[in-house]
Design a protein around this ligand. Structure first.
Ligand code: NAP
Length: 483
């Protein structure tokens, strides 16, 4: 088929979309990525201990299952290898144009095509798939004095492997999912580690040991792998979502498990007092680690809960006046999740800017389509992040939805699909209403914008999203004619 599709992003979303489209006859696909190759977040995040925190049998494409994962949650190199292999096996690896940064995408009202402007020239496309993700842009807070620091500083998503941490005095700022993985790795190596925590987390146990040989053999028995994936998806992970959706009934069950585990691990009363979370279970991402709390209780590790006042040449000054002298700062401060594809310029029909359309917060029908932006599909867009599921399940659903949109356009001989404004508004209102009464609304988190609206997460279960996105509903769209 002759439709030209440009996919922006060569991570799990973009590669999955390309595979889906190619498998259904859309051969004219180009994948652009600013990075040096395939991988997305798994190319950028190479920090010590980096691994997925969703079991690999689910954190993988349904059509490219592996029985050879080394652990429940695979380490980053294994995931990156997997993604590269799958791209090769499905012959989409050669579609990737690495080191190509997109600056703007503009809809051409006359020709009914998109112009995708990059630092390597302009591509013309009938459809654009924005697979840039929510966790691609590292966030470093603007703390006063940050540029005065005389030591070395880097973000967890840009780990400086050339900087030997042995014996150093290190500050880690932030205690989210990334820090929880790398702190236990570096704590035994550094001289002194100061962990700056703003908010404590809820933890559940995970040792993530290598699968023993019998378990690996069992997974090779026909049917076991499929059953395992089904169980992980429908029982294990959806139960975490249930605990967040129902903080008064289901939530306390998992919270109790977390409390018992944390109480058992937190032998030091001072550290226990400092790290114990003071918000509803599930409001922020629940973290899985059996190594974090013990690491915080090492002799060479200090948990600092006083707010940071400023960064000075010799270290981090907290509001109590203490200067925490360090020679290295590692920012574990997460990502600009709500920036989505920006600062890229996205201009739709009549030159409308997506930035303006989203001035009061991003929203899209099923997280993917926006009125005024024909044949522009966002993957991992607004309200499609998951606290309790596998993002790969969402990305596969989105790839399928995009494919059905193009197929429907072909069937109708249409140039493009544009979601009806009233459909998008109604689905946004429905998504927002589903947050009511859930744990997500019980604290501040990176899921929310300045107004408190949740703009990153899906409020339901994985299977609900899969069902909602099974195929495009033609009545929800205006079908633009070819000029
Ligand atoms: P994060 O969860 O957003 O954590 C950022 C941390 O930095 C939080 O502890 C935050 O404190 C702190 N922080 C932010 N600004 C600060 C400031 N000005 N002063 C002091 N502390 C500050 O980031 P992340 O750990 O990189 O994880 C982001 C997301 O990536 C995760 O939620 C997850 O979805 C994904 N992830 C997944 C994996 C995995 O699969 N294994 C691993 C890593 C990341 P507050 O809590 O107070 O805001």
């Amino acid at each position: 088929m002759s439709r030209r599709v440009v996919i922006i992003g060569a991570g799990f979303g973009g590669i999955g979309a390309a595979i889906e489209l190619r498998a259904h006859g859309y051969t004219d696909v180009t994948i652009l990525d600013a990075a040096s190759g395939i991988g997305g977040t798994w190319l950028a995040n190479t920090y010590p201990g980096a691994a997925c925190d969703v079991p690999s049998h689910l954190y993988s494409y349904s059509y490219a299952q592996r029985r050879s994962w080394s652990r429940l949650c695979s380490p980053q190199p294994e995931i990156l290898d997997y993604l590269r292999q799958v791209a090769r096996e499905h012959s989409v690896d050669h579609l990737v144009r690495p080191d190509t940064r997109v600056s703007a995408v503009r809809w051409d009202d006359e020709a009914h095509v998109w112009h995708v402007e990059t630092d390597a020239g302009t591509y013309t496309a009938d459809a654009v798939v924005m697979a840039t993700g929510q966790l691609a842009q590292p966030s470093i807070p603007s703390i006063p004095g940050i540029d005065d620091f005389a030591g070395h500083a880097f973000h967890s998503a840009g780990w400086d492997h050339a900087h030997d941490l042995t014996g150093r005095r290190v500050a880690v700022i932030g205690t989210g999912a990334s820090a929880v993985q790398f702190v236990p790795e570096i704590a035994p190596v550094v001289g002194k580690l100061s962990v700056f925590q703003r908010t404590g987390n809820w933890f559940l146990p995970r040792k993530n040991m290598r699968y023993p040989k019998p378990a690996q053999a069992l997974l090779k028995v026909p049917g076991v792998q499929r059953l395992r994936r089904w169980g992980l998806k429908r029982l294990y992970l959806e139960s975490l979502t249930a605990s967040i959706r129902h903080p008064r009934t289901v939530g306390p069950v998992l919270r109790l498990k977390s409390q018992i585990f944390m109480r058992h691990q937190l032998r030091d009363p001072e550290v226990r007092r400092k790290v114990w979370p003071d918000y509803t279970f599930g409001c922020k991402r629940v973290l899985f680690s059996s190594y974090w709390l013990p690491a915080l209780q090492r002799d060479n590790v200090e948990v600092v809960t006083d707010s940071i006042e400023r960064i000075e040449p010799d270290g981090v000054r907290t509001v109590d006046g203490t200067l925490h002298r360090v020679d290295t700062i590692i920012w574990g401060t997460g990502f600009k999740a709500t920036s989505f594809m920006f600062p890229m310029e996205v201009h739709g029909r009549d030159g409308a800017s997506l930035r303006d359309v989203w001035a009061d917060g991003p929203h899209a029908h099923l997280g993917m389509t926006v009125p005024g932006f024909p044949n522009l599909f966002v993957m991992y867009g607004p309200n499609t992040n998951t606290s309790g599921g596998s993002i790969i399940v969402y990305l596969e659903s989105q790839a399928r939805y995009v494919r059905t949109a193009l197929q429907e356009a072909d069937r109708r001989g249409a140039a493009a699909a544009e979601v009806r404004p009233e459909v998008e508004a109604a689905s946004d209102a429905e998504v927002q209403s589903k947050f009511s009464g859930t744990a997500w609304l019980a604290c501040d988190s990176w899921y929310r914008d300045a107004t408190g609206r949740i703009i990153t997460n899906w409020p339901g279960y994985m299977h609900e999203y899969e069902k909602a996105t099974e195929a495009i509903d033609p009545s929800e769209y205006v079908w633009l004619r070819h000029p």
